[in-house]
Design a protein around this ligand. Structure first.
Ligand SMILES: Nc1ncnc2c1ncn2[C@@H]1O[C@H](COP(=O)(O)OP(=O)(O)OP(=O)(O)O)[C@@H](O)[C@H]1O
Ligand SMILES: O=c1[nH]c(=O)c2[nH+]cn([C@@H]3O[C@H](COP(=O)(O)O)[C@@H](O)[C@H]3O)c2[nH]1
Ligand SMILES: NC(=O)CC[C@H](N)C(=O)O
Ligand SMILES: [Mg+2]
Length: 520
C-alpha cells in the first residue's frame, strides 16, 4: 500500500541497537513523524521520505571492526541536522575525521554529565555547570573529535560525552537519551527536533486520521473491502478508519469460534452495530472449530487447526459476499520495522502465532493496512479520536486462538464453559479492585488436573484453575503481577464458590522468559 505523505519527517537510521524503537517513540511524543530505516536502506529512504532531520542509532557493532556499518555520505552532504547516539556518534566522528578507540573503558549504567557551554539544544533544559544523570552502554569511545566540533558536555569516563558542530547542526552523544534512565533524554530529543531542526511538532492523530481516510479512498476506489474483526483494539481501530473512508463498501467478519470470552462476541457486535452502523457479519463457527478441536491436546496442533479454520471460514464468508478485492488488517509499525539483525540465522519458533495471514494470497486480495505506521499506544489515541469507547481502547490483548490455548490438554465444550465463567469472575474482581489498567494482560487457565476437595462436608474431585497476570511493555518480556494476597484470596473464593467444576485455584508466578505469557 502506498505511503501517507508526511511533510516533516525525521529519518532514524538503525544500526541494530536494542532500543532504536525508543528513539522513534520519543520523536513521536514530540509531535513529529519519523521512520526507522536500516542503515543499508538509509540512502534510498533519504530520497523517498525527504526528511527534515536525521537521527543515528546505537549498535552492537564496533566502528573498529572490518566492514562496520556507516552513515551514507548523502546524509552528510544533505545539509540536514543530525543527532547521533552512541555508535552513531562513534561512526560520525570516524567518518568526519575524528578518532575512536576500543577497549579499556567499558561503561554500562548510570553516569553524570556536566554541561560545559551554552547551546541551542540545551535551551530551557540544562545550564552551564549543572549535572545530570544519563545512561551509558558502550565499550568504544571517541578520543579525538572531527574538525568543526566542540565539547558541550562531559562525563568523568567520557570526555566527549556530548559534542557538537553547531554550524552544521550536528550533535552527538555517547549516552542514550532515548531510555528512561536518562531522565531529561526525551526533552533533549524534543529540543533537537523542535529547536535545532525547526520542526514544529504538529503531527497529531487528528491529522493522521484525515490523511489515512483520504489515502484509503484513493487505494480502494469503489471496490469492496472485507476485514476480520476480533474486537481487539487493532482490528477495531482499523475497521473504523476504513469504515469512515469507504462506508458500506466495508464488510467486517467476526468469527465466533466458541473460544471467545463470556459475552464477548455479542458485546462486539452490539458496539459496532449500535454506534457505528457498520456492516458486520457475525459468523457462528462454534461447531466447526470446537468440533475439530475436541480431544486435541498438542498445543501446536491446536494452533494449526485454528489457523486453518480461520482461513477457511473467511474464505467461505467472502465467497458468499461475492468476493472482495481488499482485505483490511490492523498491522502495526512494530510488525513492519525491518530491524538490523546481527545474530544471523532464523530464530526458533516458540509457538505459531497467527491471524488470518495467508488469505490475501489464496484469494488474490490486496491489503489495506491503515495502522502500519503506528505504535500500539498511538492506535489507542486514534481509537479515542474515532470515538471508540474506553472499554475497547484499554482492552488487554486477546490471542486469536482464544480460550483453546488456555485449556492445556484436550479441549472440550464443557471445559471451555467452565473456563469462561472463571475468567469472567477473575476479570470482574480485577476491575472492582481498580487494577485492570495497571495489568498488561490477565486471564484464567483451566488445568487438565483434578484434585480432591471438601465442600459442604462432601468430597469433590474437580479441576484446578490457574490465574495469570503480567506486566509488560510489548509482550516480548513480562513479569508476573505482584498482587496482594487479600486480592488473590477474594478472587479464588469467588471462583470456587460460583463455578461448578473448579475446586482449587493457584497463581502463576512465572516471568517471561523463561515462561511465555500464554500457557500454550
Ligand atoms: N475471532 C476473530 N474473528 C475475526 N477476526 C479475528 C478473530 N480473532 C483474531 N482475528 C483477526 O486476527 C488479527 C490478529 O489478532 P490480534 O489479537 O493480534 O489483534 P487484535 O485482536 O486486533 O488486537 P489485540 O492485540 O488488542 O487483541 C485481528 O486483528 C483480527 O483481524
Ligand atoms: O494474535 C495472537 N495470535 C496468537 O496466536 C497468539 N499467541 C499468543 N498471543 C499473544 O501474544 C502475546 C505474547 O504471548 P506469549 O508470551 O504466550 O507468546 C500475549 O499477549 C499473547 O496473548 C497471540 N496473539
Ligand atoms: N550502544 C552502542 O551503540 C555501543 C556502540 C559500540 N558497540 C560500543 O560498544 O561502544
Ligand atoms: Mg486479539
Amino acid at each position: 500500500m502506498t505511503q501517507i505523505e508526511h511533510p516533516d519527517t525525521v529519518l532514524i537510521v538503525d544500526f541494530g541497537s536494542q532500543v532504536t524503537q525508543l528513539i522513534a517513540r520519543r520523536v513521536r511524543e514530540a509531535g513529529v513523524y519519523c521512520e526507522i530505516v536500516p542503515f543499508q536502506k538509509a540512502e534510498a529512504a533519504f530520497g523517498e521520505l525527504k526528511p527534515k532531520a536525521v537521527i543515528l542509532s546505537g549498535s552492537p557493532a564496533s566502528v573498529l571492526d572490518e566492514n562496520a556499518p556507516s552513515v551514507p555520505q548523502v546524509l552528510f552532504d544533505s545539509g540536514l541536522p543530525i543527532f547521533a547516539i552512541c555508535y552513531g556518534q562513534q561512526t560520525m566522528c570516524q567518518q568526519l575525521g575524528g578518532k575512536v578507540e576500543g577497549g579499556h573503558h567499558r561503561e554500562f549504567g548510570r553516569a553524570f554529565l556536566e554541561i560545559a557551554t551554552d547551546c541551542e539544544i540545551f535551551e530551557g533544559l540544562w545550564t552551564v555547570g549543572s549535572r545530570h544523570q544519563v545512561w551509558m552502554s558502550h565499550g568504544d569511545r571517541v578520543t579525538a573529535i572531527p574538525p568543526g566540533f566542540e565539547i558541550i558536555a562531559t562525563s568523568s569516563n567520557a570526555p566527549f560525552a556530548f559534542i557538537a558542530d553547531t554550524a552544521r547542526k550536528y550533535y552527538a552523544v555517547q549516552f542514550h537519551p532515548e531510555v528512561v534512565h536518562t531522565p531529561d533524554g526525551a526533552k533533549l530529543i524534543q529540543n533537537f527536533v523542535h529547536n535545532v531542526a525547526g520542526i514544529t511538532g504538529d503531527w497529531t492523530m487528528h491529522a493522521y486520521r484525515q490523511k489515512a481516510v483520504e489515502q484509503i479512498r484513493e487505494q480502494v476506489g469503489d471496490k469492496r473491502v472485507i476485514c476480520a474483526l476480533s474486537g481487539g483494539v487493532d482490528s477495531s481501530v482499523a475497521a473504523l478508519l476504513i469504515h469512515e473512508a469507504v462506508g458500506d463498501q466495508l464488510t467486517c467478519i467476526l468469527v465466533d469460534h466458541g473460544l471467545m470470552r463470556k459475552n464477548e462476541a455479542a458485546d462486539v457486535v452490539a458496539m459496532f452495530q449500535e454506534h457505528y452502523n457498520l456492516h458486520l457479519i457475525h459468523v457462528d463457527a462454534v461447531d466447526r472449530f470446537v468440533g475439530e478441536l475436541e480431544g486435541v491436546a498438542d498445543p501446536e496442533t491446536k494452533r494449526k487447526i485454528i489457523g486453518r479454520l480461520f482461513i477457511e471460514t473467511f474464505e467461505d464468508e467472502a465467497k458468499k459476499l461475492g468476493g472482495a478485492d481488499f482485505l483490511g488488517q490492523g498491522t502495526l509499525y512494530p510488525d513492519v520495522i525491518e530491524s538490523v539483525s546481527f545474530s544471523g540465522g532464523p530464530s526458533v519458533t516458540i509457538k505459531s502465532h497467527h491471524n488470518v495471514g495467508g488469505l490475501p494470497e489464496r484469494m488474490n486480495m490486496q491489503l489495506v493496512e491503515p495502522l502500519r505506521e503506528l505504535f500500539k499506544d498511538e492506535v489507542r489515541v486514534l481509537g479515542k479520536e474515532l470515538g471508540l469507547p474506553d472499554s475497547f481502547i484499554g482492552r488487554h490483548p486477546f490471542p486469536g486462538p482464544g480460550l483453546a490455548i488456555r485449556c492445556p490438554g484436550g479441549v472440550t465444550r464443557e471445559k471451555l464453559d467452565i473456563l469462561r465463567e472463571a475468567d469472567a469472575i477473575y476479570l470482574d474482581e480485577i476491575r472492582k479492585a481498580g487494577l485492570y489498567d495497571a495489568i498488561w494482560q490477565a486471564f484464567a487457565v483451566l488445568l487438565p488436573v483434578q484434585t480432591v476437595g471438601v465442600m459442604g462436608d462432601g468430597r469433590t474431585y474437580e479441576f484446578v484453575c490457574a490465574l495469570r497476570a503480567v506486566t509488560s511493555v510489548d509482550g516480548m518480556t513480562a513479569d508476573f503481577y505482584h498482587y496482594d494476597m487479600e486480592f488473590l484470596g477474594r478472587a479464588a473464593t469467588r471462583i470456587i464458590n460460583e463455578v461448578r467444576g473448579i475446586n482449587r485455584v493457584v497463581y502463576d508466578v512465572t516471568s517471561k522468559p523463561p515462561g511465555t505469557i500464554e500457557w500454550e
